[in-house]
Design a protein around this ligand. Sequence first.
Ligand code: ACO
Length: 156
Amino acid sequence: MQGKPPSASRITMSHFILPEDANPLGHGHGGVILKHIDTAAGMVAMRHMRGVAVTASIDRVDFIRPVFVGELVHLKANLNGVGKTSMEVGVRVEAENLYTGEIRYTNSAYLTFVALTSDGKPCDVPPLIPETPDDERRQLEAMERRQMRLTLRSRE
Ligand SMILES: CC(=O)SCCNC(=O)CCNC(=O)[C@H](O)C(C)(C)COP(=O)(O)OP(=O)(O)OC[C@H]1O[C@@H](n2cnc3c(N)ncnc32)[C@H](O)[C@@H]1OP(=O)(O)O
């Protein structure tokens, strides 16, 4: 199977936070942000393998700073590493104040997607070919996290 670089699937997705996206404090609801994280990451996984991929897990997500109604949220999603049938996508979330241009880092998350055949069985994904030192570092870190996830799951 032909390998592909992270640049072939990387995306930035932007979403305007509306009142309907807010919690009672007027902050972007955590569940709404999570939905956009999952969507952005899923698009990266599907672009890499050009088929169906489902979310298998989302690693710990910290909400470091709030996002406010009227801000633009940017979700930068990148394929960090692949296993045999699984793919780890990293998503960095930033909020942009449209009046001042200030950009705040708010969240990041690592998600694992599994590629499926049309009858729902896991199938092999194309290898990931790093192009830059950043790609190589992310791939190495993804392999370490994959090992940690496998260890944790083996204890369940
Ligand atoms: C985009 C969406 O919203 S999709 C909706 C939400 N997601 C879902 O409904 C998915 C429901 N879950 C499932 O269908 C299954 O658990 C699957 C397809 C994810 C995994 O099926 P399994 O039969 O456990 O697959 P299997 O044991 O063969 O593992 C396949 C791969 O998944 C990985 N995997 C399985 N479970 C997990 C997990 N919880 N976290 C991370 N990776 C996992 C395995 O490590 C393996 O990776 P590898 O091939 O790269 O080594």
